[in-house]
Design a protein around this ligand. Sequence first.
Ligand code: TIU
Length: 228
Amino acid sequence: MTISVPAAPYDFELDPASTALVIIDMQRDFLYPGGFGSLLGNDVALLQTTIAPLQRVLAAARAAGMAVIHTREGHRPDLTDAPPAKLARGRLACGIGDPGPFGRILVRGEEGHDIIDELAPAEGEPVLDKPGKGAFYATDLELLLRNRGITRLVVTGVTTEVCVHTTVREANDRGFECLVLADCVGSYFPEFHEVGLKMIAAQGGIFGWVAPSAALLEQLPVPTTTIA
Ligand code: TIU
């Protein structure tokens, strides 16, 4: 079954059987008040707008039989997989590995590092731990996608110009076609979000496609959970 999603710069065609929904770094440390993101002085409300549309997309993707892959940015408790440059960057009083309101910041196994309750992974959905901004760097994401015959990605999550952009660029260079859902990605900087989306679809889709989530949802079967 191929569906056609109205998008910029032109329709994005996908078959749910060969498409994965990738949900990037929807972690408490980035999204919840008091977490790492807000400790840095950011307004997490700007990211929280992605939660409700992403819940709808996640339900629809599951109902359509699409592969769903979650990622988390973070590090081993001993921080041996964190480049010293990343740890030093920003000269932060409270940075990666330091104790924060939700446990040690961006450390695997800590409450803040895990995915928000609203988008909890279901049984069997891979949760990929990544040490970098891109989801392909130092992970087995590419292997996992190729083994499943996946050629197209619907990309969502945070933040638009950092981990989402890096992942879309990595995917594009590897030959994967990416559709980014504009209302399911968010940034602490509204202007970066706007321009970041434009950069993806410019020049005939230099990195991929951009569409509102409604454009995809209108083409997918209605999840049975919303009918009851
Ligand atoms: N996931 C992700 O984007 N990590 C970041 O550090 N983002 C920022 O915008 N800082």
